[in-house]
Design a protein around this ligand. Structure first.
Ligand SMILES: Nc1ncnc2c1ncn2[C@@H]1O[C@H](COP(=O)(O)OP(=O)(O)OP(=O)(O)O)[C@@H](O)[C@H]1O
Ligand SMILES: [Mg+2]
Length: 466
């Protein structure tokens, strides 16, 4: 650690020079002044890690000095050392943000310890601050790539709800970016300085999930040799990300419902009710509404979770995002590996025609693989995996040949359908009734298909022209 800078303010010459000598000998860079005014002048010009101040001083007294620091950047930790300690002054000093409050006479050994403790604490605080800033920057929307109308709608929703405490339910196929969205919500909220705690309800065995979520008391079950806090407690003040919520067992669903209603729970085996302030963001790659209809998921919990629903469309339903994502992931890989690879235009075109059953994650892995295996500076069509290369580039052109290693019919048909619908819409100048006619559909069916892709807000019941 670099030499810590300490400012000492005391009008009493004896104490002042004792502190000055002692702390200098301890290896700190010390400046000692005799009143609050001089202290402020010093703070104005230099950074100090720690201020040790008397309370009773001429010109500007200790409390005023502390308040002044608090109004400023607050980057200096403060410690009071006073000969006239009283409960009242201690309380006032605490309110003005002091880290420690010592009374004279004091032991030098004790002072040494307290100074070390304060500096250690300050260091941690700074580290946290800079870590948080990094994380924060990382999950600004800038990190979410995609400017398709569907993604823009999602950014709008996040922008609106991030800073509320509303529960958010994110639905989307695997690899569409649900976790990334959950992070964006947390780091754009007032809770950003508190933890974001993720838990994957599908990956933890049923009987362990409860104690993971709520913690347990000592002796709650065989193996519970110590008490342990659950994720809800760890997320206090922050956000709990309940991933794959559709996998949760019915009895745990009841407990989550109670937390959402009362913010109250007990540790497993415990009797004391605990309260936490946690915002819940849940995600699922199942259609939760259908799970409800089929009796696998509680209806009341579904409605509690579904306050703000966000549906992330599969990548094949927002093909406009593909080139952006390709370049984003290529730049990341180049950065990471110190390479400067590019993709040929035809290669990008072929990549854009592939339906990506694994969504953005599949695209990300694909780009990584291309970079790792690249043999020259430009990645061409020949470098693409066969399954990508052999997807007919424009299924809409009806050049239907089964690729060498087959295809996933469902995805293929969906891509085909989307492309044809988009063409019809374009030809009809966006007039849905006309586009529907071109496709031999009724308008309601077309609207429903667009809505499923997240292109449309319109509910089927809303009659409107066009
Ligand atoms: N819009 C996007 N911009 C940039 N990267 C993205 C985007 N969407 C997804 N990714 C990246 O794709 C990968 C998969 O995303 P993520 O884990 O958020 O998906 P998921 O929907 O939670 O998947 P699963 O259902 O399988 O858990 C991650 O590496 C993520 O960073
Ligand atoms: Mg996920």
């Amino acid at each position: 650690m670099a030499t810590a800078h300490i400012l000492v303010a005391d009008d009493e010459l004896g104490t002042r020079s004792l502190l000055d000598k002692f702390l200098t000998r301890e290896g700190y860079a010390v400046v000692a002044v005799e009143d609050g005014e001089q202290a402020l002048a010093q703070l104005n010009e230099h950074h100090f890690d720690l201020l040790i101040t008397d309370l009773d001083m001429p010109k500007v007294d200790g409390l005023e000095l502390l308040r002044e620091i608090q109004r400023g950047s607050g980057a200096t930790l403060c410690m009071v050392l006073t000969g006239h300690g009283s409960i009242k002054s201690a309380m006032e000093a605490t309110r003005a943000g002091v880290f420690d409050y010592l009374t004279k006479p004091f032991e030098l050994d004790f002072l040494r310890l307290q100074v070390q403790r304060a500096l250690e604490y300050g260091k941690l605080q700074n580290e946290n601050r800079s870590l948080r800033r990094q994380v924060h920057d990382k999950y600004k929307f800038a990190n979410l790539v995609g400017d398709s109308p569907q993604m823009q709608r999602i950014y709008q929703i996040i922008g609106k709800v991030a800073d509320s405490n509303a529960t958010v339910l994110i639905e989307g196929e695997s690899g569409t970016g649900k976790e990334l969205l959950a992070r964006a919500i947390h780091f754009n909220s007032a809770r950003a300085d508190h933890p974001l705690v993720p838990i994957n309800c599908g990956a933890i065995p049923k009987d362990l999930l409860e104690s993971e979520l709520f913690g347990h008391v000592k002796g709650a079950f065989t193996g519970a040799t110590t008490a342990r806090a659950g994720r809800f407690e760890l997320a206090d003040g922050g956000t709990l990300f309940l991933d794959e919520i559709g996998e949760m067992s019915p009895d745990l669903q009841v407990k989550i419902l109670r937390i959402l209603q009362e913010q109250a729970f007990e540790r497993v085996g415990g009797t004391t009710t605990q309260r936490v302030d946690v915002r819940i963001v849940a995600a699922t790659n199942k259609e939760l509404e259908r799970e409800v209809a089929e009796g696998h998921f509680r209806e009341d919990l579904f409605y509690r979770l579904n306050v703000v629903p966000i549906t992330v469309p599969p990548l094949r339903a927002r093909t406009g995002d593909i080139p952006l994502l390709i370049h984003h992931f290529l730049a990341l890989q180049n950065d990471r590996r110190g390479t400067d690879l590019t993709l040929s235009d035809p290669a990008v075109e072929v990549l854009c025609g592939y339906p990506y059953p694994g969504n953005v994650r599949e695209l990300e892995n694909l780009v990584e693989r291309l970079v790792v295996l690249a043999e020259g500076p430009v990645i061409g069509v020949g470098d693409l995996p066969a399954k990508v290369r052999d997807t007919p580039p424009h299924a809409g052109g009806l050049a239907l040949t089964l690729p060498a290693d087959g295809l996933i019919l469902k995805d293929f048909l969906e891509t085909l359908e989307n492309q044809i619908i988009d063409q019809a819409l374009e030809r009809a100048g966006g007039v849905k009734s006309k586009a529907a006619k071109l496709l031999g559909l009724n308008r309601t069916t077309l609207v429903e298909k667009l809505r499923k892709r997240g292109i449309l807000d319109e509910t089927p019941a809303t009659p409107s022209a066009g």
